[in-house]
Design a protein around this ligand. Sequence first.
Ligand code: FAD
Length: 366
Amino acid sequence: MACAVMLARGGASVKILERGERLGRKLSATGNGQGNVTNLQMGPEFYFSDEPQKVARALSRFGARETISFLESMGGIFLPDGRGRVYPAGRQASAVTDLFRMELARLGVETVFGAQVTNLTHKSRFTASWQGGREEADAVVLCAGGRAAPNFGTDGAAYALAEKFGHTVSAIRPALVPLKCDPSAVRGLKGIRMDCTLRARSGGKPVFEGRGDFLFAEGGISGDVVFRASSYVKKGDTLEVDFLPDVPEKRLYSILSERKGEGALLCIVPNGLGRFLYARAGGDVNKLISLLKAFPLTVEGDFGFARAQVTKGGIPLAEVDDSLQSNLVQGLYFAGEILNVDGACGGYNLQWAFTSAHLCVEGMLC
Ligand SMILES: Cc1cc2nc3c(=O)[nH]c(=O)nc-3n(C[C@H](O)[C@H](O)[C@H](O)COP(=O)(O)OP(=O)(O)OC[C@H]3O[C@@H](n4cnc5c(N)ncnc54)[C@H](O)[C@@H]3O)c2cc1C
């Protein structure tokens, strides 16, 4: 959608081919429905890819400020929260999609719905075909997403369109995804949410430490700090959760050595968690403090593409130039998650969608 708006503004004749019946269904679900479109703390260090330098150059050409200006050029006000995460002031992701739909209509960009492109060929021009239709064009931007969240139309089938031209797809796996843990370690805690510090170790070595929203889920854990950790951990790695990162152990010791019984943790952690930890500590104060400050969990895997926010891996940046044009086929561009770029949790993946859209458009219109 960003590509189409930018191209149409530049005077190009554009058509969007969309397999679903609506545009921007995934965008409307982002940021817990609030639309975390970018982040003021922007830089290549927030991204994984096969060519970090290319990502750095891309962000220097179109970063968070440019994204905000671009979105505000369509309407609305976009504001950061205390952590730099930028949202529409109305905190409604679907309204961002509506801005795009209105701008596309104003620019006269046509969308063909129900057009799941299953074949893309190139002779003197490109031909995209789908059941019941075909379309020709001088250039194509392949921006069909990755494999994460298939309920939004992204099941990974579109990688094959690029592979037919000789492109490769680096190993893909779910990222920003809830983690599975030993069910007995989290039983009865589902729905408990806290601001925690999470530490992860792989083979005994620290691989992640971060603070943020932490949530016990059915058979595992979720929340923004877990999503961030998911890019660094694998099955068998160990986690420690500090439920009270702002409270030193000493303070806890002086309080808990005085208080006994099930109410000992009232107003310290949520009641359900308090009862669970107290029972597990068996009344031992030191053990209770250790559970509060370093609750142990073992990663048993992740919840897969169906529950992931993004796809790690994809078409390597090594196979495209700085305009994200294919090194193999002139006029074929790639944007968004289909490329081997995935960002941290906090607006970085939509930023990549906008940045990559801009690069393609710059390349096409110059
Ligand atoms: C629940 C959820 C929450 C998220 N929250 C955030 C957030 O707050 N901030 C953030 O930065 N990122 C977030 N993300 C990630 C972000 O939404 C994606 O990285 C981003 O939408 C990718 O944009 P894209 O244009 O590459 O692909 P998509 O948005 O996935 O769009 C791809 C489109 O291509 C269509 N399509 C697929 N195959 C074909 C085909 N063969 N022919 C025609 N059409 C096809 C699909 O139907 C889809 O409409 C979230 C993701 C999810 C699932």
